[in-house]
Design a protein around this ligand. Sequence first.
Ligand code: DAH
Length: 384
Amino acid sequence: MLYGTSAQAVCQQKTPHFHTYEIANHGTLWYSAVKQYEQGINTMKNLETEIKTIEAECLSELKKARSLESLESVRVSYLGRNGKVADLMSTLKKLSLEQKRTFGPVLNQFKQRLTLAYESRKDALEKKSTSPDALFDVTAYKPNQMHGSLHIYTQIIEQLSSIFISMGYTIADGPEMETEYYNFTTLNIPEDHPARDSHDTFWLSQPDRLLRTHTSSVQAHSMEENPAPLAIFAPGRCYRNEATDATHDFMFTQGEGLFIDKNVSMAQLLATAQTFLQQFFGSEKLKIRVRPGYFPFVEPGVEIDGSCPFCTDGCSVCKHTQWIELLGAGLVHPNVLRVNGIDPDQYSGFAFGFGIERLAMIKYGITDIRLFHSANIPFLKQFA
Ligand code: DAH
């Protein structure tokens, strides 16, 4: 429109006498008028796109502002004296009067919209900063608070497991409620064998159900689930119906190890026991000694003592003997392999078992096994 009117106006000024000159002269005038209007139109177009861009930017920054301080910096950069809105306002000066009339109100409305958006965001943030939620500081320090920690059982089982994992063992598990088969029969303990009585078993009311008396019951589960060769370590809770005192409890934890491969030797068992005990007590000087022992599921069976990790010439821990009884062990009885489907002519193995509380009591100087499940806070706090 502006463009058309002005072009007409320039052309209408032509006179017949000075035709050539006039055309040339008016042509130049026309051309510069066109340029001028084009420039004006461009300025306006630019203004329109700039308004859109700045408005979108400003609204998104207002939304992102999470505090009154960051909101203030958004205000300064858009609505402040040298802000982007003021910048845009100053371009009005470049426009013609007519354009100013069109664009003045557009810019004013733009400024108003941003001012309103800023004010409503400010309102919202002010409300938030005085609400009870805002006063709750999750990082605030509260004196005398209780800290939870891993139970000594968990810590010891993790230590033991990681030692066996480092030697290539897999951690195995089995049920605490067992059948006679897994707790006794599969371990070469026949029905009428006195070893069944010596275990002081808790029998359950369901037929053939008992609380496992040792973690050796995991041996058969592991052999059923995995083909030979295998190496498992099974920590877990056991139960025996016996009177309690400082070193005996009706509920305790054991660790059971089972290693099956071709040509397994007693030397391998002893090396494993020594390495494990050295790691657990943190003493490379720890030695082991072996005495004969009877356990129906191993042949030969042995008892393994460790040299006292706390003294060289006798102390209260080793009862002045320099040796501490630590493990029951032996080479897996051929009957145990056979009943679990492993050919004893091809494979052999070793097994060992120990009381986890007993090891922990020796390591940490704990004097009463019943403390472990006593929920005694001062006791537990020592391991926090
Ligand atoms: N199960 C035995 C107990 O509860 C400990 C034990 C002894 C486990 C000898 C074994 C072993 O694997 O070979 O007293």
